[in-house]
Design a protein around this ligand. Sequence first.
Ligand SMILES: Nc1ncnc2c1ncn2[C@@H]1O[C@H](COP(=O)(O)OP(=O)(O)OP(=O)(O)O)[C@@H](O)[C@H]1O
Ligand SMILES: [Mg+2]
Length: 353
Amino acid sequence: MSIFDFDDEEALGSVVAVDTTTVIIRVDSLERLRRIQVNRLTVLRSSRAGYHLIGLVTRITRKIDENGISANADANIVSELIPENNLVRITLIGTFKDRDGEASNVFLRTLETVPDIDSICFSLDGSRLTSFMQVIANVAMAGPRLSLGRFTLDDDAEAFLNGNRLFQRHALIVGSTGSGKSWTTARLLDQMAALPQSNAILFDIHGEYKPLKGDAFRHLRVAGPKDIEKGSGLEDGVLYLPYWLLGYEAIVTLFVDRSDQNAPNQSMIMTKCIIDAKRKILKESKCLSILNNFTIDSPVPFDLDTVLAELQELNKQMVPGAKDLPKQGPYFDKLSRLIVSGEFSAYLNPLTG
Ligand SMILES: Nc1ncnc2c1ncn2[C@@H]1O[C@H](COP(=O)(O)OP(=O)(O)OP(=O)(O)O)[C@@H](O)[C@H]1O
Ligand SMILES: [Mg+2]
């Protein structure tokens, strides 16, 4: 059954002019004109059965037609007599078909027909707006759906999201400051929490979602130095992340002081030592397929002590020089600061090495 089961009496008005995608509607009832607002959606009956055109209100004008009113007529009487020419301009945005092949209730962003003069136009609100938006969001009436709240367009219309589509694809919530992004996210989390088989991980960088409570929520935070002293663990909501999960950028930021004149050398040698340490572990555990394809960013565990030992070695390495006399190696005393910060970082995360 069509979701647009309008009665003629509900009409907002009828078409008086049609341009390619712009339609002008004449509204006779002042009451209905007052209820309509710019950006509201409207439905126009098409000349083809089972087709409706969907439009967006872009302009509303209330014009008084003063022709034929005598200048000395009583002002009160005139206000009732003056015929008004109230117009609503609508931009057509698509076609709604009751049926399209096997499918019913289909919205297409194309205009396959244009409305005829005198076609009737309705305002799209309430439960019909809810149903229409569900069609757009591909939310089957009985399928998994998440409620987002109500439309600002119309308080009576509820906004739903197709659960399957949300979870199987990528999604982005955008909006200007204060438009409700965080609110929407919290609402989604609440609804996901109520689902029997959902698993979601939220990286709550600013701790915004701390207030979310309930059996389905578990709040964890990344461990700091104090947690190591106290010996806190997962049961206390403290999560330890292994240092070997850090990518190249993070490692360099953590270990290398970029203001040090040896910083480029240090980054380079650090990369080499970490790759060596990762290779050593991969060889020992016989992960041959990974061995041929890993990079510094690959999440392969490595032993920080091996890296530090190699750095210490290079930091005091002597190499044969002229006349076979030993001379300082290329990294001699250039890695001291790197080694100090490396030792400190090892202390940060001893449980996961
Ligand atoms: N659908 C809604 N119904 C009622 N109130 C809402 C709704 N969405 C947001 N609000 C309210 O609007 C205010 C701003 O919302 P919110 O903090 O979610 O915006 P934001 O887009 O995350 O902003 P920011 O960009 O500053 O983080 C909050 O006080 C929130 O309670
Ligand atoms: Mg926010």
